[in-house]
Design a protein around this ligand. Structure first.
Ligand code: NAD
Length: 351
């Protein structure tokens, strides 16, 4: 049922095709690196037009998890499972049970959790077959549960640290434009407000955004306008690829720091931000609070340990921004190199 198709090379350790005709399971598990520990990364359940598109997504996401886990100082490598959502009726518990068997067959080199399209119930079905799964309910006195507040806290502390470097002040008195006020964005709004920042917010969900605006005395703008509003900080907390050749020339904020994954549409967009004098806080560095919480649950750690780890994110960001500024280099490239160095050093120690 689990077939290994790619062997170890530089930074991609394995690509495993997983299939189970009876339950309709079809997908891949990509393991980018286990140098720092088991490859940890969620399971995405989605419609894919082709095997190539599915595999491409898995490989790209697995590398992202490696970099995120390495920079967060976690004892985990990076991996990702991507499963094709069957067309028509299917037995969800049976499918995720079969996925649990596939995870078990990898002997602990990959640890799964929720991601886009999967739920707590799905992870319970996985847990029936293997213990290599996180994102379940927290045990009493231990870390776990909703990762969003931790993601928001890491992003907020990063905005504070980057604002000091960019504006010479913290958030108090600054205007922060937040795109998307869902789980993470709403928590972030409250933290900004408590710290004395002014809020401009937008969301496709009008009811949600209006409700939050009332609670926090925030200004609401149209989703098409949030990119170009007069603000000091732009915090993308909705979609990927929001930093692109359309949006970058329109941005007025001098700092971009938000929770959304894969904010840069292309590698060149990071360079374009630098050219415009806009400081970009790399997404996978600042949004690691969620994975820190999930990994703490898996390791049986406490909430206090999560708080401490999340509290290190702004220090890492400050060091990265200083290094990128000194060398006049795009921050995302510096972040990739830092993550790769951590992974390669761990591999050397292990060899
Ligand atoms: P969410 O689905 O709860 O919130 C996203 C919000 O964005 C929703 O309210 C949605 O209506 C809104 N939205 C969608 N399209 C929009 C648009 N065009 N303009 C404005 N708003 C739009 O998701 P979330 O858990 O808050 O995550 C937000 C982002 O952060 C995602 O990119 C996610 O991958 C990333 N992220 C989340 C976590 C976490 O702990 N939840 C961790 C790391 C990264």
């Amino acid at each position: 049922m689990v077939q290994r198709v790619v062997g170890r090379n530089d930074l991609q350790e394995g690509l495993h095709l997983i299939n189970d005709e009876r339950s309709g399971l079809s997908g891949v598990i990509a393991i980018h690196s286990t140098a720092l520990g088991p490859a940890a990364g969620g399971c995405r359940f989605w419609h894919y037009e082709s095997d190539e598109a599915m595999t491409h997504d898995a490989v790209r996401l697995a590398r992202g998890m490696s970099y995120k886990n390495a920079l967060a100082g976690l004892p985990f490598g990076g991996g990702k499972a991507v499963l094709r959502r069957p067309l028509g009726e299917f037995d969800r518990a049976a499918l995720f049970g079969a996925f649990g068997d596939a995870v078990a067959a990898l002997g602990g080199s990959y640890i799964t959790a929720e991601d886009v399209g999967t739920s707590l119930d799905d992870m319970h079905a996985v847990h029936q077959r293997t213990s290599f799964v996180a994102g379940l309910e927290p045990q009493p006195g231990k870390a776990g549960g909703d990762p969003s507040p931790w993601t928001a806290l890491g992003v907020f502390q990063s905005i504070q640290a980057a604002s000091k470097l960019t504006f010479g002040s913290d958030v108090e008195g600054l205007t922060v434009a937040i795109q998307g006020v869902g789980n993470v964005g709403a928590h972030l709004c409250r933290l900004v407000k408590e710290a004395g920042g002014r809020l401009i917010i937008a969301d496709v969900d009008r009811a949600r955004v209006n409700h939050l605006a009332q609670e926090l005395d925030a200004r609401v703008v149209d989703v098409d306008d949030i990119l170009a509003v007069e603000a000091d900080v732009f915090a993308p907390c909705a979609l990927g690829a929001v930093l692109n050749d359309y949006s970058i020339p329109r941005l007025k904020a001098r700092l971009v720091c938000g929770a959304a994954n894969n904010q840069l549409a292309t590698d060149e967009d990071g360079a374009a931000l630098l050219e415009r004098g806009i400081v970009y806080a790399p997404d996978y560095l600042v949004n690691a609070g969620g994975i820190i919480n999930v990994s703490a649950e898996y390791l049986g750690e406490t909430t206090e340990q999560v708080r401490q780890r999340v509290g290190q994110i702004p220090n890492r960001l400050a060091a990265l921004l200083a290094s990128a500024d000194r060398d006049r280099r795009p921050t995302h490239r510096v972040a990739d190199e830092m993550a790769e160095q951590i992974i390669v050093s761990a591999r050397r120690v292990a060899a």
